[in-house]
Design a protein around this ligand. Structure first.
Ligand code: HEC
Length: 457
């Protein structure tokens, strides 16, 4: 009797200790928004999920995030959020935004435990996206000299603003970021440098002469003529698919010379590795191309914009210069209803270069894009594969380690377009589609940045 009591007492004691242990474990593992989840959202989600940015709802506060809990769990487990489209088999990227398994487990456990708020005193300080520069504090901020006004139902418009800069000597840009003044109307922005050399060329009419006849203008928007020659397999054509002759060095096809930096939904700012920077030649001015959109009447009042560019300069002249290369196909034609139309483009390097980053660009019918290198010895390598392109965010894929590419290497870019009714983003599956600035036309560009040694003459 005595023994039985004692045994059962022991059992109870163990059970109690066990329960106690379980309880404290569960306490330690209680996941709350304030304690763990807010930090993950700050790090990986809020850059798009804050008011006025591209995501359809905000994840800045508990009250905003709570209604989305189930959907959040699903999207992170499926790895659909944060969006990262590169096939992980190719390339190793610094800005790979995929969540770690640990963060995914934390978010899933938070939702399973009832998506609790926890004690708001444990919240990290909130990020302020209206004030924050993602590159850090700029050495210089350049802004549009005047405000631009856009009315509801205004058509899409490309507007060019000249921003004077008065650099007496070459300056080297280590990091650059465009901050739209008004996210409701700024569709995208590209800052080009108009160098003294390019200015002289356009004054002498040279740049204008090189303009090809395949384009026409609708207001400020350039479009390829419906009857222009059709070349889908640009990689096999003499110009690689580009309507412009690209020169190595300072000036590019449209006489704008260097593309300094750009803004597009979801795109990261430009930050170059140490020892590499982009040159602003002395005497250049910035030409800012702004694509304004009232998003087909989504505005309910007049909006104003004044966009700024933040620059961080290299501490000393870098050993290597960064250049931006455009590898486009201007001649494609996507037939009505085609659901997997292939278009290619290519470019051959005339010097040894180091590849730094890639940025695929298409519009609403863009489906996938692949970058390949064909080396002079015949070896062919996939550099980047984006199997499910999404126009909602334009990702810049920044390599962890640059890739050395010898003179004579050919870059081949291959894209597929879905012009069928199956594509839910397709504005019109009934028509043939060619290159054009309007979002309802298409583009096919494999952008990349590369570095070359800089002599500092
Ligand atoms: C690069 C920008 C970007 C980042 C970073 C991002 N999102 Fe999104 N998210 C979007 C956009 C745009 C949409 C709406 C379009 C879509 O669903 O394709 C979206 C949609 C969602 C949806 C789906 C809503 C619905 O309609 O069901 C969820 C859930 C979500 N995001 C959660 C997250 C979480 C959680 C993170 C971070 C771990 C995150 N997102 C990071 C841009 C982003």
């Amino acid at each position: 009797m005595n023994r039985i009591i004692r045994v059962s007492f022991l059992v109870c004691a163990f059970a109690l200790i066990g329960a106690g242990l379980n309880e404290s474990n569960a306490k330690r593992e209680e996941i709350t928004f304030s304690n763990q989840v807010a930090r993950i959202f700050q790090q990986s989600c809020q850059v798009c999920h804050h008011p006025g940015d591209i995501a359809p709802f905000s994840l800045m506060t508990y009250r905003e995030a709570r209604p989305w809990a189930r959907s959040i769990k699903e999207k992170v487990i499926l790895r659909e959020m944060p969006p990262w489209q590169a096939d992980p088999r190719y390339g190793d990227f610094i800005n790979d935004s995929r969540l770690s398994q640990k963060d995914i487990d934390t978010i899933a456990a938070w939702v399973d435990q009832g998506a609790k708020e926890g004690d708001p005193r444990f919240l990290p300080p909130a990020r302020d996206f209206a004030q924050e520069w993602r590159i850090g504090k700029p050495d210089q901020v350049l802004s549009m000299t005047e405000e631009y006004v856009i009315e509801p139902y205004d058509p899409d418009n490309y507007v060019y603003f000249t921003i004077p800069i008065d650099f007496k000597e070459d300056r080297w840009v280590q990091a650059a970021e465009i901050r739209p003044g008004n996210r409701r109307v700024v569709h995208h922005a590209i800052a080009h440098l108009l160098t003294p050399r390019a200015r002289a060329a356009s004054r002498s009419g040279k740049a204008a002469d090189s303009g090809p006849p395949i384009f026409y203008h609708q207001g400020s928007l350039a479009r390829v003529r419906a009857d222009a020659p059709v070349i889908d397999d640009g990689a096999k054509a003499p110009g690689g698919g580009a309507a412009f002759k690209r020169r190595q060095g300072e000036e590019d096809e449209d006489g704008f010379s260097i593309m300094l930096t750009s803004f597009a939904p979801g795109k990261q700012p430009d930050v170059f590795l140490p020892g590499m920077a982009k040159k602003i030649p002395a005497g250049s001015v910035i030409v800012l191309q702004m694509h304004y959109s009232s998003f087909r009447g989504a505005l309910n009042k007049t909006e104003k914009d004044r966009t700024s560019i933040g620059l961080i300069f290299a501490k000393e002249p870098p050993p290597k210069q960064v250049r931006t290369l455009t590898i486009p196909n201007h001649f494609f034609r996507i037939p009505p209803g085609a659901d997997n139309h292939e278009v290619t483009a290519s470019y051959t390097f005339e010097e040894d270069v180091e590849l730094i980053d890639y940025m695929p660009h298409m519009h609403l019918r863009g489906k996938d894009m692949k970058y390949e290198a064909v080396y002079p010895d015949g070896r062919r390598e996939i550099l980047l594969l984006v199997p499910k392109y999404n126009f909602n965010w334009q990702t810049l894929y920044r390599l962890k380690k640059t890739i050395l590419v010898p003179k004579g290497t050919r870059i081949i870019v291959t894209a597929h377009f879905d012009n069928s009714a199956k594509n839910k983003y397709n504005p019109n599956p009934q028509i043939a589609v060619r290159w054009g600035d309007p979002t309802s036309d298409e583009m096919m560009i494999g952008w990349l940045d590369y570095a070359v040694p800089e002599a500092h003459k």
